[in-house]
Design a protein around this ligand. Sequence first.
Ligand code: BYC
Length: 317
Amino acid sequence: MSSTPSEHQFQARIDADQRIEPKDWMPEDYRKTLIRQMSQHAHSEIVGMLPEGNWITRAPTLKRKSILLAKVQDEAGHGLYLYSAAETLGASRDDLLADLHAGKAKYSSIFNYPTLSWADIGAIGWLVDGAAILNQVPLCRTSYGPYARAMVRVCKEESFHQRQGFEIMQTLCNGSAEQKAMAQDALNRWWWPTLMMFGPRDDESAHTARSMQWRIKRFTNDELRQKFVDMMVPQAEFLGLTIPDEALRWNEATRHYDFGEVDWDEFWNVVQGRGPCNRERLDARVQAHEAGAWVREAALAHAAKRKARQTPTEQMV
Ligand code: BYC
């Protein structure tokens, strides 16, 4: 794939596990791939605040409410680090947001499903953040420096998120029969959409081979999906819950769990904007952006006023 001498040298640096930094030379496609992935990731964090934000006012106790509030705020922070990291590649945050609001940019399919009960908040933390950690821990070693560094803090916070989700599920599973049934119902609805988070099968994935060559991705979609299933089966057993997959069984030969096929028609429908909550999620983001216009204007006016008061030397710093 490497053709020009610069591309050859670039690949040699990647192969030697050297980080690529913003001012380094990079192939245009490497830059575009990173902006695509990082902006989709940032949008996922920001849209991902909505299904959980829906339960902040209805959390069962003050303690649960403050934990959920902190988690949703963390997700806003993750989105902001990721937009900043994408800006180091020359992307404009305004353009990235405009693409999201126009329905042109992708974000994770998982956030287009509704949160119908409190148990869904447990299932999101346990399953969705569990999947996010598996996907994102290898990104701490991704080849682009600012992305890798942003991921270190994100992953620490995601671990706390996953723990709080598991703890909600554990509390429900140790509670009344009705509470346990709520937990099982949430698992039934979130299991397959969570498997879809890892993306299409490797033989259908447009970007995996190249992203692996550039060490943007460290594992393929199918490898991570398998790791997720292997990690989750014992946890579900511990909780006393049943994973809704009749094909799920331990395979002694491969030392992994075999599992059923994802409904790929459903996956592509959701990715292409036809999921249960796509419209609602985008409308909420557009409304929030419009309602925040006065804050952006005030911040800019404040910055301009401060700058006008500075001496010419201070302005250069
Ligand atoms: N949903 O060739 P592929 C979180 C798209 S945040 C929607 O495999 P790639 C959390 C893909 O973009 C979770 N679209 O692509 C937040 C591509 O479309 P384009 C987000 C998907 O990039 C708050 C096309 O399908 N995590 O966890 O090599 C609260 C072909 O796919 C999906 C990240 O973003 C999907 N599920 O691999 C709680 C992590 N899957 O661009 C939790 C970083 C695929 O050609 N991203 N597509 O139009 C990645 O690791 C990779 O981008 C992916 C996809 C594994 C997601």
